[in-house]
Structure formats: structure tokens, C-alpha cells
Design a protein around this ligand. Sequence first.
Ligand code: PGA
Length: 260
Amino acid sequence: MEIIIHADYEGMSRAAARVIADIVQQKPDAVLGLATGSTPRGLYKELIRMHEEEGLDFSGVTTFNLDEYVGLSGDHEQSYRYFMNEELFRHINVPPANTHVPSGVEADLAAHCKAYERQIAEAGGIDVQVLGIGSDGHIAFNEPGTSLGSRTHVTTLAQQTIEDNARFFKEKEDVPIHAVTMGVGTILEARKLLLLANKAGKTDAVADAVEGPVTSMCTASALQLHPDAMVFLDEAAAGKLKLADYYKWIQANKPGARKG
Ligand code: PGA
């Protein structure tokens, strides 16, 4: 795991966007795994800037999102399909038909989950998967206790997650209780993982994920099993990492890094 600590959210977002841009430039038909939430907003803003100012081309790209609330259709303002359209897709030149977000309104959700896995496989797998982390250590909606081998499934949100996400809804009671989510096993198959976390509210979850034991009690800890996982943090989110100075030392002394 590579831990990259930035002074602020903007620096963190720009650095993560650079990784994705490099992949898209090297592989114009790259398959991107995307995430919602407040954390990746800055990353998407930077990708949009790169598209507008530097001509970063998404015309051959395919995307798969991590999750969606059960019961919210894509035109609901709090659905993750709506979020992605507003925060990224409509500002870049990715063909809408190439963008995939699980549906939370299918009659047969179990069949939909299987089909989503199949679509990912048929696209050739995910080249790079963007991840946030919940204050309870979840990735996507894989709440504590979820199998580290899980595939795309319907899950019940933890009460902590409902409280965390209530800020986006008028009332806490409006937050859906169920969601469709890629599983931890699905996520681990992406060729590269980028986890982003900022703000002090994520400090404990980040410490558990990066330096704690690998356990389903903190599904983000599964990143420790992945051969190519990058973790982008701001100083606040990195606040409880025991080896923070060492991670900074590694970055400062990377082969080819400029001295001084
Ligand atoms: P946030 O959510 O980016 O809105 O903090 C992250 C998550 O729950 O995965």
C-alpha cells in the first residue's frame, strides 16, 4: 500500500486525478471504477478541468460506480446516478451509454447484482477503482461484518452510515436503509485501487484500515491485501497513523523524486 499525505484537500484531489488521467492517456479505453460522496468531488472537479483545459479525452472510457440506494431512481437528486451525472459525466465526453451505476429500482435486485458483475467482467475488469471510506471503515456500502470475499449484493446500511449520510437528505428518515453495492471481493479485483480520505472524521477509520489488522470489521482494511493500492490523505485524515513520518519519508525519497 502506498500512503500519500497532502497538506490539504485540493492537493490530495489533484494528485489522485493525475493518477487517473495518466491511466486514461495510456489506455484510452480504460475502465474506471467511480465513487460518490463528498470526498471525490475535488477529484472530479480536477478531471473536468483537465478535460476542458488540457483535452483529456474520455470518449473511449467505460465507468462502473460502486453503489446505489435501493428505492431511488436515477432522477432522484440523492441517487448516486444523479450525483455522477451532475458532478462528472455531463461535464466530460464519456458516452452516457458507457457509464454504469447499479440500479436501486430493479424488480429483481439479486439478478441485477449478478448482471452488474457480468458487465464488469465483459468490459475486461476495472483498471482503477476510486474509493472513499466511511467513518465506520466501510468501502462502497460494505459495512462492518461484510465478507471480504463478497460480490455485488444488496446490503442494509449501518445506523452510523445513515446518520453520516442524513446531511444530504431533508430528514434522517428519508435516507434509504438498503443499497446495492459492489462487494469487497469485486473491489479487490480492480487492477489498481485509489482510496481518498480527508477531514478529522475519518482519522480513526483510516488508522484502522491502513495500520490495523485485516478484518471484516473494517472492510477498508482489505486494501492491505491488494498489490496496487494507493491511499491519498490530507493531514487531518492521517492524524492517527503511527508511521506517518515514514510514509512521508518514502514519498520524499522515491526513485526519481526531486531533492531539495
Ligand atoms: P463521504 O463518504 O465521501 O461523503 O465522506 C465516504 C463513504 O461513506 O464511503
